[in-house]
Design a protein around this ligand. Sequence first.
Ligand code: CTP
Length: 402
Amino acid sequence: MSVLSGKKVLLGISGGIAAYKSPLIVRLLKSLDAEVRVVMTPSAKDFVTPLTLSTLSNNPVLSTFTANELDNPVWNDHVELGKWADLFIIAPATANTLSALVNAKCNNLLIATYLSCTSPVYIAPAMDLDMYAHNANQENLKILKSFGHQVLPVGEGFLASGLHGKGRMLSPEEIVDFIEKDLEKSLPLYGKKILITAGPTYEAIDPVRFIGNHSSGKMGFELAKEASKLGAEVLLVSGPTALELKDNRIDVRRVTSASEMFEVVMENYPDTQIAIAAAAVADFRPDNSHAQKIKKETGFNTINLVPTKDILATMGKEKKGQFLVGFALETEDELKNAIKKLKAKNLNAIVLNSLNDKGAGFSGDQNKISFINQEGNPTDFELKSKDLVAQDIFTQILKHYA
Ligand code: CTP
């Protein structure tokens, strides 16, 4: 999921030829589930139409201080617009607009909105090469940086003048990519690698039969999505589930058995800062899996079971600074047994799952948990959907993770 998803993005367009690319910025932002409003300078309308921008943004486009409604002028409220924005992108920013931004020269609605806006501001300059290189513009860009704004680099190539060089506005993709990366840096788990196990494991009896359990994998998948939202790079090692996930920060590795899960986890664990074992790993497997399907007439009444490797306990043994979180599913003496597991597996925290509430547990859509810290102190939560449970778990992890 993009860090821009759900964000209120204000796009300011000033009057340069690069404005013809601005509708594509709107489109990209919308495709990432951002809400977009557009403010443009009157001269930008010579390059791109408000109708194009309002259609793509699904919002009215403002360019003047007042509008006529039923023959009465009404004020286009630049203060409301500035306060509405979670971020303000000015693209293209012409030399004239750069100068107006620096000098608070409030002669159009874009500048008035900028002056009322308290959100982060991203500025994508666009001009001819000598204009861009000119000290006057370079000084303005320096001043805008000193205001705390992000000034995007310019691209190099053919310019509208026919010259070739530095000055063109970055492409819409480059602009959105730059902003996404910049916003990610402020997320609490930016730069951290998180490993999460999810789902059941299937332990083969023969090529068609297995020992498994009812785990849906949902809790682990929701944890992975939440970790990604918080900026982490996630490795999700999942047993067989019907769940799908498309997120460029989540690498989903599908495994079947406990031993396959063990291999993938232990290979990646040294490079991980936080690991969460949400998988319902089979504790036992058949001691030998038959190569061919066992036929009915052969008779078959005993399966010899041997223990699987405990993945979480092995991570606990090999811990070198990782923050390790386990899950515990208990039916009696819940707190006492969970704390016992926390200590025995050398964990930093353990999430105790309830089986006592209808709809909760590892096959349902909801969960009721207690988060138990390293000292054995529990924080109890209400029954809620697993996406909200994942948020609670990460709020707790962030409290305890140094
Ligand atoms: N776990 C694991 N590998 C295993 C078994 C369990 O990584 N072979 C992890 C689970 O992902 C979970 C934690 O260990 O985070 C506890 O699992 P649970 O089934 O509650 O406990 P067990 O240790 O298996 O003990 P028991 O079944 O006796 O309660």
